[in-house]
Every structure is written in C-alpha cells, then in structure tokens.
Design a protein around this ligand. Structure first.
Ligand code: DX5
Ligand code: ZN
Length: 219
C-alpha cells in the first residue's frame, strides 16, 4: 500500500487555516487530518463541523477526521454533512461501536477505528473486517508535540499481522510524535499512513518537512 502523509491542522496557524491547508497540499501532502477534541473525552477543545465546511473548498485532498469526543454519533452526522471523506472514532469513546461504524458507512464515508496507547490490539477483533483504516495512537490524545510512545511499536506489528491475516485493504495509521526520526521504525513495523502535526506545520519549509518524512519512512 502506498505511503500516505496526513498533516494535522492542530499545529497549523488557525488565523490562516485555508491557506495553511493549501500550502501543505502544494508541498506534497496526501490527506489532511482534523483533530476534533471536546474537553471531555480528551483534555483539550478544538473545532466542530463548521470549520471543516469552511475549509472544504480550499483543498482537493481527502479530509481525515479524527473524532476525540464523547458522545460521538451526532458529530459523525455533522462532519459527514460538512464534507469529511474518512471519519475515525475511538473504541474507548463508543459504547455501541458497531452501531457508530455502521452510521459512518451509511453516510457514504470511509470508516476508521482508533485505539489509545493503553488499549490492547484485541479490542479491534470484532470490528476489523468492517473498517477501511485502523489508527493506533502513538501518544495519549489531546495535544500536539508529545513524544512518540515506543512500546506501541509492538502493537503496530500485531495489528499489521491481523490485517494481513484477513487480507483486506485496510490502512494502518499512526498518530502522535511522528517525525523523520521515528517514522522509519513505525513504517518498518507495518504502518502505511502517518499523521504529523509539529513535524510539518512546526517547520519553515513544508515541502522539505514532508520530503524528510517520506525519506524516513522509506529508510
Ligand atoms: C493528538 C492528535 C494528533 C497530534 C499530532 O491528540 O490526535 O493528531 O496533533 O501532533 P504531533 O505530530 O505534533 O504529535
Ligand atoms: Zn489525530
């Protein structure tokens, strides 16, 4: 599967969000990642569907929405209507996970499921065949700029094997602390889709930052 680099707008300049998204697209990004936080499931607060709707005309990249909210279903509807392409929800935030995944699919969107660093891979067992993407958090969600949690590498290998065993084209995404220094190990462990916030928007030259991540992933 091809390597996908998805800059997280959490580290962008929010006063010029449309221009920032256009800039990373021109710099070679594949997708754009939206971190939605509610100060309940995670200890931070970001934005809702209105912001996605406002920037949708500024990019042709797929918009990858990472919902860190509880409850989640009303916001699935809101982000689907606002123009999301893929919507990911946390196992830890969804008491009726199967229902929520079906809801995303019913809106014609790609379906993602997320687990936190302390959640075991087997939490994915019953839902793996119905998703397009698994996101393994490599930080505790809530903030950009945190250090990569290395023990998650073992879980990346386990989930890679689970996906390979069922033979479906499911993407394996990682999010948190992804830099040119960490991306090689996590790619070698089996991830193919990489979220990066500070390693892209925190750099002066977005094209070089994305190229450095691609070099790191291929090394
Ligand atoms: C964390 C978010 C991540 C984060 C990535 O809760 O889901 O997407 O913003 O930021 P970096 O790449 O700086 O760790
Ligand atoms: Zn994220």
């Amino acid at each position: 599967m091809n390597t996908v680099i998805a800059p997280s707008i959490l580290s962008a300049d929010f006063s010029r969000l449309g221009a920032e998204i256009a800039a990373v697209e021109a710099a070679g990004a594949d997708w754009i990642h939206f971190d939605v936080m509610d100060n309940h499931f995670v200890p931070n607060l970001t934005f809702g569907p209105m912001v996605l709707k406002a920037v949708r005309p500024h990019t042709t990249m797929p918009i990858d929405v990472h919902l860190m909210v509880q409850p989640v279903d009303a916001l699935v509807e809101g982000f689907a209507a606002a123009g999301a392409d893929l919507i990911s929800v946390h196992v830890e935030a969804c008491p009726h996970l199967d229902r929520t995944l079906q809801l995303i699919r019913s809106k014609g969107k790609q379906v993602g499921v997320v687990i936190n660093p302390a959640t075991p891979a087997h939490a994915l067992d019953c839902v793996l065949p119905q998703v397009d993407l698994v996101l393994l958090m490599t930080v505790n969600p809530g903030f950009a700029g945190q250090a990569f949690i290395r023990p998650v590498l073992d879980k990346v290998r386990v989930v890679r094997a689970m996906i390979d065993a069922i033979g479906l084209p499911i993407r394996l995404q990682v999010d948190g602390g992804v830099t040119p220094d960490t991306i090689g190990e996590v790619a070698a462990a089996g991830a193919d889709t990489f979220v990066a916030g500070s390693a892209i928007f925190g750099k002066p030259d977005y094209a070089e930052a994305i190229a450095a991540l691609r070099r790191g992933a291929a090394a």
